[in-house]
Design a protein around this ligand. Sequence first.
Ligand SMILES: [Zn+2]
Length: 522
Amino acid sequence: MHLSPHSLQQIDDAYIESLDPEALRGLSLRLLADLKEAWDRLNQGPENSSRPPSSRVPWDRKCGRPDPEADAMVADGEGEAKPAEAKPAEAKPVEVKPVEVKPVEVKPARKPGQQPGAPGRGRTQVFHAHEEQAHYPTACGGCGHALTGAGAVAYTGFQAVDLRWGDPRQPGLTLWVVDHRYYEAACGCGHRTRAVPGQGEVDPLLAGIDLSEWRLVGPGLAALIVALALRFRLSRARIREFLADWLGLELSVGVIHQTIHEASAAVAPAEQELVQAILASDRLHADETAWPEQGQPLWLWVFCSVTVTLYYVAGRGRELVENVLDGFTGWLMSDGWIAYRHYPCRLRCWAHLIRKARGLAQSCDREARFFGQQVLKTLEALMAAVYAAREGPPAVDVPTQHAPALAELRAACEHYQRSDHGKTHALAVELLNDWAAIFAVLSHPELPLTNNDAERALRHWVILRKLSLGTRTPVGSRVVALLASVIDTCRQRGHAPWRYLERAIADRRAGRSLTALPQPGE
Ligand SMILES: [Zn+2]
């Protein structure tokens, strides 16, 4: 937007009459651009096509979702829920000092978060600023002439706390307080123009989150808070304790929560880049683990290639796999879950099959023991053949070389699928159902035998789930999935995610577009 509400309020018939033709043309063009942008915003939504594909979730959401405000509740490390402030400090650029609302005691039967009408408490910590930054308007909002800042007066401002990073030569971590002052300047045409803090556009799936430069928490400090929450898995309450005890900064749980959500909105456009990289890869690992969202049994899904790790929280249906992998033509390594079954170029993780066969081989049931030993023996021989083929191409290809053992195994599966022993029957059916996917690796020994990449990626988040008991709202789930994707992709590419996150937050708060993720070897 070119014209702020402050500028628009000043423009009336008399002002327009006073402008010369050139200034009038400039103003008309800015007004036209603003009007078009306003109409586009009015028409935007997930239900029409004017939004980019990222504004749609890649699965179908069920109705009757919980109240998004409930996400203000956050669980601490011991699994005890704590109320968070509903309206954190720095939302509107109207006051000089940000005001912060402290948590109130909530009886269990009431809705989480601050109750309507509850008294708020102002921020009591007073900072001595390290520096002052002045923001002047650069051009007149009315006639468009350049402004020098001469005679400008400060009309508003706020304090921001940001991070001074340590580095290997000069270790250390300090907070840095900046006094931001915003100025208003008068033009020869009579129009008064104000410099305003930047605002970023937020993905509609993250409704309720604001991207704004008017923030107590600067971009570097925001990156530290995200690191503490997601990489070091501290609860909001523990982050508050850490910042107060070690850095002398008092932040409310609500501001910490809002900072994490805003960081996620900053990196949300990266999702498209990650999906494109997933589709372009020739080999993908997929897996899923339980992820409760306010009592709903959802799943945390992961898709990872050599250079990308992408997470979603969704139901366990096949919609997610179908939508994310629409157009993917490479090999997909997964478990035997039905959602993956329709995919043609599929691989199965042998580690699971070997574990199941080993269990049967140690069973007290004679039939189970016999079948388990046969499966185990065959898979181990085939694995040795795959390893040998990786060293150098064999004279006869692996499937031909092991055709008799494979035929015997298939006959055994057909026999034991009628077994009364539950696990024997289940393994025989699983092998028969997924025969092509399980043994595809024999013809392509360069492909992996296990799904370790995906399982390793999920392990970190499984521990977070145990500490946090999942998420509380669709927005909360999306926040975790987006930040997890960016953090793990950066790490996989050999970059610390935090500098990227700091820049992403600064750019997007200022209304600039998100910079591309760092590439491997950069
Ligand atoms: Zn002017």
